[in-house]
Write a protein that binds this ligand. Structure first.
Ligand SMILES: [Mg+2]
Length: 443
């Protein structure tokens, strides 16, 4: 078999490949492989000791192999002699069931069996900080309402433009960049794509943004709430389902019902509505995936920020074109899930959307009543809307209780994820904080 990656190296002058995989905590791990060795790696995979990463393995496990997927290869625009390629984790000739990219590939195949091809676009917000992460990198970026601040975005033009140029070069179709709602915060948007492609791009975007920021003497962070009192980093997902993958897709299944034109509230087809119903039904449990860190719960359920709004949901509600709910249906044929944050694992984000949505379609789930109110001002008027988990432990417990979602994500994955995340929670609770001292010393 001719090696696609060796050919890619020859044609593009690539000398090294980063064979990369993403672990359960969203960490990206890679081996740097010289182009002369890539043909063998493409067949057999690059070896890793799984225990050294967050995949719930022991030191006794055999070698885990990351087999590069040539369709994901990206030449680093800022370092042309290197190319990044996503690997699929394999152990003793079997896919590692809990590895996030495998979880997603399996769910994509299941959805395809039912004629559903999920496409998503994501909005991965980030902050530019000083290299030690202690301050916003721009000392003049202090406005109370800094969203779309043209002076502030231009002070970081060199970073933003460099990243956008690279996305143009890679053919991602970037179309806008802005200063976001928090001081030091930015958002860059590119075209939506098939779920696996979006997950690979999301991973690469994080790697690229951090790399370019470092080059300019800054530190980029996707941390959900890096600065107390300011709006946090969301990672909103825009979701639609199509009749075929890639460029073969012709019909948006969420927009039409078998050629009968748009149906349903706000242009969501019956299938779209049930898919949304699945997201609503599993929302409290899927927060364990979309909001995966201790810090995530400082973004949702947060008190009002300096700009006047958190832009993050507190309750499981949906609406039309209104950003104060967990789900917004901005127009025909798609909806926006505003729950995920910057810490979300790119592969698990897509996986949990498909898992919950598929269950919704299969069970004809009802998303419930649409609420067209300002949730920040009038949320108290809605009786009985479930609250999102208040912390990571509550979210893990909700996930553990949701047998349907756990099964859809895969039992091995769910067990491994819950085990490692509970360990992380225990580690957090054993941490001694100043707050305890301040509030308990004189008791
Ligand atoms: Mg935004």
């Amino acid at each position: 078999m001719a090696s696609k990656l060796a050919e890619f190296a020859k044609q593009n002058g690539v000398q090294y490949f980063m064979v990369s995989f993403t672990d359960l905590f969203g960490g990206q791990r890679a081996k740097l492989v010289p182009a002369s060795a890539i043909a063998d790696m493409e067949e057999d995979g690059a070896g890793f000791a799984g225990f050294a990463t967050y995949l719930d393995m022991t030191p006794a496990h055999p070698d885990m192999l990351a087999v590069p997927d040539p369709s994901s290869v990206i030449q680093l625009p800022w370092k042309k002699d290197v190319a990044w390629v996503a690997g699929n984790c394999v152990m003793e000739d079997e896919d590692v069931a809990q590895a996030p990219r495998n979880v997603l590939r399996k769910l994509i195949a299941e959805a395809a069996d039912e004629g559903m091809h999920v496409k998503t676009g994501i909005e991965a917000e980030f902050f530019l900080l000083t290299p030690d992460g202690s301050e916003i990198s721009d000392p003049f970026d202090t406005a109370a309402k800094p969203c779309y601040d043209q002076q502030a975005v231009m002070r970081r033009y060199d970073v933003v433009r460099e990243i956008c140029d690279y996305m143009l070069e890679l053919g991602w179709g970037p179309y806008q960049n802005d200063h976001e709602d928090a001081n030091g915060q930015f958002e860059m948007n590119w075209e939506f794509d098939d779920a696996l492609k979006t997950a690979d791009k999301h991973s690469f975007f994080k790697f690229m943004t951090k790399s370019v920021a470092e080059k300019h003497g800054f530190r980029a962070t996707f941390m959900p709430k890096p600065v107390e009192g300011l709006t946090g980093n969301g990672c909103h997902a825009h979701i639609s389902v199509w009749d075929a993958p890639g460029s073969a897709s012709k019909t948006n299944v969420f927009a039409t019902d078998k050629g009968e034109g748009q149906t349903g509230e706000l242009g969501l087809s019956e299938k779209g509505k049930h898919f949304l119903g699945g997201i609503m039904k599993h929302a409290s449990a899927l927060a364990a995936i979309t909001n995966p860190t201790v810090n995530s719960y400082k973004r949702i359920n947060a008190p009002r920020t300096m700009s006047g709004a958190t832009w993050a949901p507190n309750t499981v509600t949906w609406t039309g074109n209104n950003r104060t709910h967990m789900v917004r249906v901005p127009g025909p044929g798609r909806f926006e899930l505003r729950l995920p944050d910057g810490a979300v694992n790119p592969y698990l984000l897509q996986s949990v959307i498909i898992a919950a949505g598929l269950d919704g379609v299969r069970s004809k789930a009802d998303p419930g009543k649409r609420h067209d109110i300002d949730m920040y001002a009038e949320g108290h008027k809605i009786k009985g809307a479930p609250r999102l988990p208040l912390n990571m432990l509550d979210a893990l417990r909700e996930f553990d209780k949701d047998k349907g979602l756990k099964a859809a994500m895969g039992e091995e994955f769910s067990a491994a994820y819950l085990k490692l995340k509970h360990q992380e929670w225990n580690d957090f609770t054993s941490h001694f904080s100043q707050w305890e001292k301040d509030n308990t010393l004189d008791i």
